[in-house]
Design a protein around this ligand. Structure first.
Ligand code: MG
Length: 242
């Protein structure tokens, strides 16, 4: 029994390694209907609320000036070409809740349709994309650890509907000499459906590159990506786990 389990684990590991980064030949994750759109999930009492729909006091622009994204009707929308939205505070290990909505009617295809991203510690991207009937490379679709691991399933809702990520993130640990003691790990639910199961990141996420880990502080700001598309976010809160 244990032997079989070990073989299965080996087969799984080999499967994740056999596909080149951004491979279009890779099988697409099965589509799962997560059920109807839900109202915002209330923040628990010990959560740090980063965005409650009213203002961007917890956020900055990349150059530390005032945040430039648009706040309206309880959401914040990417203002294209103003750069990433950066949390004023830094975080390490967290439980993160964040809701997002891609534009309707959808525009563009593949990576150009509803692209944004949630960057844990500003370095490790959980992809945001309109992946509802929009084909792209699996390690770049919604719920992918960008360029590293596709989601287990595609549990996205149609564009224009609110979706939610619930993330458990453990930061990497470094030895004094800068080498990696423990890689970062991410577990993610999309719309209540498990899509990343304690995935061990191989390094910072990147496009057409696999950069190695580089030593960094234990806490760094959360960043949301401006990829030129007017993605909306709402109800963002974190629980610190360290
Ligand atoms: Mg992105």
């Amino acid at each position: 029994m244990i032997g079989m389990l070990a073989l299965l684990l080996m087969a799984q590991t080999q499967q994740t390694q056999q596909w080149p980064q951004h491979s279009m030949d890779r099988p697409r994750p099965p589509v799962v209907n997560p059920g109807p759109e839900r109202p915002p999930a209330p923040a628990p009492s010990d959560a740090v609320v980063l965005f409650d729909g009213s203002n961007l006091s917890q956020w900055r622009a990349q150059d530390s000036t005032a945040a430039k994204w648009i706040v309206k009707d309880g959401y914040v929308e990417v203002k294209p070409r103003t750069g990433m939205l950066v949390s004023a505070r830094g975080f390490g290990d967290v439980q993160l809740h964040i809701e997002w909505r891609t534009p309707t009617p959808p525009e563009g295809e593949s990576q150009e349709r509803g692209n944004s991203g949630v960057f844990l510690m500003g370095i490790y991207e959980l992809q945001v994309l309109d992946s509802y009937q929009n084909d792209t490379y699996p390690d770049g679709q919604a719920g992918a650890i960008y360029g590293e691991n596709p989601p287990l399933v595609n549990a996205t809702r149609p564009p224009g509907q609110w979706q939610a990520y619930d993330v458990i993130f453990h930061r990497p640990h470094f030895k004094a000499d800068g080498s990696v003691e423990r890689p970062a790990r991410m577990t993610v639910f999309l719309n209540g459906v498990l899509i990343q199961d304690n995935f061990e990141l191989v390094g910072p996420t990147a496009n057409q590159a696999r950069p190695p880990y580089k030593m960094h502080p234990d806490k760094l700001p959360l960043k949301l990506q401006d990829h030129g598309n007017p993605i909306r976010y709402r109800n963002i809160w974190v629980r610190e786990l360290e």
